[in-house]
Design a binder for this molecule. Structure first.
Ligand SMILES: *[C@@H]1O[C@H](CO)[C@@H](O)[C@H](O)[C@H]1NC(C)=O
Ligand SMILES: *[C@@H]1O[C@H](CO)[C@@H](O)[C@H](O)[C@H]1NC(C)=O
Length: 539
């Protein structure tokens, strides 16, 4: 409106007004980066403004700002740079040795930055190593429970501890407060019940008020699975399929469960192997079919949307995994995703920033073997959560309108959204957020699959050399992989080309088979199974 040249008039605005515009929530980091290209003045302003630099670095590092944590943008920026530099240089400073003995046996769990282990049949000990840069102190406590413990699940972000007790044909999930051991304040019911099967495996996961339990067992040589989803706060089931054979237990008849009954005549079983939440309503499963003659085949991801209620499974979206060669079968198909899940309530936020849930990667272990020789190959397929959610929106709306089958072939979604890697040692690895820590050529190696690869180039050159002295060891620089890579395997029906950018950093830390690796947002724990001297690297 002012003149014929809008750019010129924007630059004539007072600096204060320009800053207000650039720093508004409306502008994304992409917009800010685009503005930098416009002219020297804007570039100088953006480079010199901590809040804008912070916004760009958050995107580049796959982090979310915690708005309820009050600290100036300049200080948050400094902390985030320090945090990234510490990850790139994880094992070189003196490791922080935890004074707390980690037993390694008989059972433990490391999740949400809290390590928990059984001290005996009735006692669980919890250890939270310090997060130095984000400012959380070390903490340790133990709970002695009157229950006889066989297994537990925890969600430290919600102070939730679920103790699983198997008794008389039932799994009983006790909903406890992780600090006090008494009933969790938000839980209306003390316990949740689900029928148990002898020798069944189970997996539990939670997101906010939802908790999911997947139970798997074998029956007449076919894989069977059962899924229960509850609102643990209200104590009521969310998903919805009654198993009639269980009605004789009057006390569980009200429990609504999804059961994928195998087709016994055709002898085809559908195996729901593992699952993870994508957001508060969507859950992705790794799934394959089983026939006694051909073994496990037809690997795929199945995404259900709980908002669809009883249609969640009938309207699920399916994303096919790469097709196998004729004489091959799937020997394992598991997926992993770990990140901080619950949104901290205002006032309780203890950290300035944390890993973004949307960018957290889904790591799929696709293990294939030759039917006649047993020769096996593990392909790790990495897919960022936000890309899968985007695919769900895209194909979900398309199939709703055109009545097309809801199965998407690998070629349509895989190559441009994932990265497939071969022979990452599946046994010695751990994942958190966008990162995978594994052992390669005897060294602990860090992979980072933040899909904003180009952007991290831009900002990493800042973060890499942020140390007090500016001599940067070039060997420590992460290697960037941005071009497509192709896997040629006899066991696949066709070549596998994938494109998701990633970085690899060899830490220079030797590792042998007697160790166990664990890590979370701020901590790497290496349990030395030989001498029981465990090292906690915490940043
Ligand atoms: C599987 O093993 C058999 C026997 O060694 C071999 O002939 C066949 O080519 C192998 N198939 C694949 C896909 O590797
Ligand atoms: C683990 O313990 C063994 C035996 O004491 C020792 O040789 C090895 O160096 C230890 N590993 C680490 C990483 O400290």
């Amino acid at each position: 409106m002012l003149t014929t040249s809008p750019i010129k008039s924007i630059l004539h605005l007072p600096l204060r007004v320009l800053l207000l515009i650039l720093d508004s929530d409306v502008l994304s980091y992409q917009d800010i980066l685009a503005c930098k290209q416009v002219c020297k003045l804007l570039r100088r302003i953006i480079d010199g403004t901590p809040s804008l630099q912070y916004k760009i670095l958050l995107a580049a590092t796959g982090m979310d700002d915690m708005k309820t944590y009050s600290l100036s943008a300049a200080k948050k920026l400094a902390k985030l740079r320090q945090y990234e530099a510490a990850w790139a240089d994880l094992f070189s400073p003196r490791p922080y040795k935890s004074s707390i003995p980690i037993l390694g046996e008989p059972g433990w769990e490391f999740f949400g930055g809290v390590f928990a282990q059984f001290l005996d049949e009735h006692t669980i000990q919890f250890i939270r190593p310090r997060f130095h840069i984000r400012g959380v102190k070390e903490d340790m406590w133990a709970l002695s429970l009157s229950l006889s413990l066989s297994s537990f699940y925890m969600d430290p972000y919600q102070d939730l501890l679920m103790v699983v007790v198997c008794d008389e044909g039932l799994h009983c999930l006790h909903l406890l407060d992780i600090h006090t051991g008494s009933k969790h304040a938000l839980a209306k019911m003390q316990r949740l019940l689900i029928p148990a099967d002898e020798d069944a495996d189970f997996e539990i996961n939670s997101f906010g008020n939802k908790v999911v339990m997947l139970i798997r067992w074998e029956e007449e040589e076919l894989p069977r699975s059962r899924l229960a989803i509850w609102d643990w706060q209200l104590g009521i089931p969310i998903l919805v399929r009654v198993i009639y054979c269980l009605l004789r237990h009057s006390y569980v008849s009200a429990l609504q469960i999804y059961d994928n009954s195998p087709d016994l005549d055709g002898k085809i079983g559908t195996d729901y192997v593992t699952f993870t939440f994508l957001d508060s309503d969507r859950i992705v499963f790794s799934v394959c079919d089983y026939t006694p003659r051909r073994g496990f085949q037809n690997g795929r991801l199945v995404v259900i949307d709980l908002a669809l209620g009883s249609h969640a499974f009938s309207d699920a979206l399916t994303f096919q995994l790469p097709e196998l060669a004729d004489d091959c079968r799937i020997s394992e198909l598991t997926l992993f995703r770990k990140c901080s899940l619950a949104t901290p309530a205002a006032g309780t936020c203890r950290v300035p920033f944390r890993g973004s849930q949307e960018k957290a990667a889904i790591f799929i272990h696709y293990s294939i073997s030759n039917v006649s020789t047993g020769e096996a190959e593990v392909i790790t397929i990495v897919l960022p959560t936000c890309k899968l959610l985007f695919l769900c929106d895209e194909y979900g709306s398309a199939s709703a309108s055109q009545d097309v089958p809801r199965a998407v072939l690998w070629d349509l979604w895989g190559p441009k959204n994932t990265r497939a890697l071969v022979n990452l040692d599946a046994e010695y690895q751990a994942v958190f957020g966008t990162r995978l820590l594994c052992v390669q050529d005897d060294y602990v190696t860090l992979y980072d699959f933040n899909h904003l690869g180009a952007l991290s180039d831009l900002t990493l050159s800042l973060t890499r050399c942020m140390g007090e002295d500016d001599d940067c060891d070039p060997l420590k620089l992460a290697t960037q992989f941005k071009s497509p890579s192709t896997i040629k395997s006899k066991m696949l029906a066709q070549e596998l080309t994938t494109t998701l950018p990633y970085r690899v950093l060899s830490t220079g830390m030797m590792y042998d088979e007697s160790h166990t690796l664990m890590f979370s947002e701020d901590t790497v724990i290496i349990m030395n199974d030989t001498n029981k001297e465990n090292v906690v690297y915490s940043i």
